[in-house]
Ligand binder design. Structure first.
Ligand code: HEM
Length: 281
């Protein structure tokens, strides 16, 4: 039984939601054979723009990627695209949602996605953009925005974990986090990191394909969840080691800014994964 779907949280909206695909703009989109698909293309293109700018800006704060330019130069070129990505993703999402409202109303993944969206907006527009505009130096307000955004992000992850079939979506977040740490790490730390992650991947494959038959889902589920936690913790630990070790480098910002920049990328990955999981959960 679901607990976190919008219908459980806002039961009083049931009548309004049921009517949305009978009125403009939901009705013409639902009645058209091509409109939904075209709008979804716009949704995904704007995700590429929003996600891409977020990645470039936050990686720059971490100290990797386009490091030849100062952060404020990236901000000057990319801020307008970040805003454009957000505006188009919101408009296209609302249009698709209006034609498909009852499905979203019963979806726990949609709750996770909307909480993730709130966190993403706070972290990107309250923290990443101000931080890059000031070359990685942040005042009290962006710091507060980042901390509140991070707390909301953790709530979104927790809700996503409750959604039926949504847990696999969190592997996207773990893989994204793992890749960022791989790009950011250097020298011996990177080699040890690759070795540890490689061993864990082999161990997981042996456990889930040799030790436990690959159709014994009841037994596979807890093992995969255990590995998900283990991967998340190892990636975080190496991320912290790398951020501390590189703390005095000129190219990146301080430890707090790096950590928050890391989270600011992951929040959009989680929101997008929850978006994809609307089809299943
Ligand atoms: C007002 C905000 C939003 C609304 C109402 C919304 C609504 C929707 C709807 C209705 C779908 C189609 C689901 C389906 O029928 O399968 C969808 C798909 C999707 N959304 Fe959103 N969305 C919003 C914002 C976002 C944001 C901010 C992101 C990313 C960070 C995002 C990422 C995705 C992805 C990845 C898909 C899956 C597309 C596919 O399966 O091909 N959405 N969204």
């Amino acid at each position: 039984m679901s607990v976190f779907a919008p219908q459980d949280l806002f039961p009083q909206l049931a009548g309004w939601v049921a009517n949305l695909d009978d009125v403009f703009p939901g009705k013409p989109i639902k009645d058209s054979v091509w409109a939904f698909a075209q709008i979804e293309v716009g949704h995904l293109l704007s995700l590429a723009v929003l996600g891409g700018t977020s990645l470039l800006l936050n990686l720059r704060l971490i100290g990797v990627g386009l490091t030849d330019e100062p952060p404020r130069e990236l901000h000057r070129n990319l801020a307008v695209w970040t805003w454009a990505g957000l505006i188009v993703i919101l408009i296209s999402g609302l249009l698709m949602g209006a034609s498909n409202a009852e499905r979203l109303y019963t979806s726990e993944a949609f709750t996770a996605k909307m909480i993730g969206l709130a966190a993403g907006i706070l972290m990107t527009f309250g923290f990443t953009l101000p931080a890059t505009r000031n070359d990685g130096v942040v005042g009290a307000l962006p710091r507060a925005m980042a901390v509140i955004g991070l707390a909301i992000f953790l709530v979104a992850v927790w809700v996503f974990l409750q959604a039926k079939l949504a847990n696999p979506g969190l592997w996207h977040v773990i893989v994204a986090g793992g890749l960022i740490v791989l790009f950011a790490s250097r020298g011996l730390t990177r080699l040890i990191y690759l070795g540890v992650i490689g061993l864990m991947i082999v161990a997981q494959q042996i456990m889930t394909h040799v030790v436990i038959p690959s159709d014994a889902f009841d037994r596979l589920d807890p093992v995969n969840k255990g590995f998900a936690w283990a991967f998340a913790l190892v990636i975080l630990a190496f991320g912290v080691v790398q951020a501390v070790a590189s703390g005095r480098e000129e190219k990146g910002a301080g430890f707090f800014v790096k950590g928050m920049a890391f989270a600011s990328v992951l929040v959009w990955v989680m929101t997008a994964a929850a978006g994809r999981w609307l089809a299943f959960a």
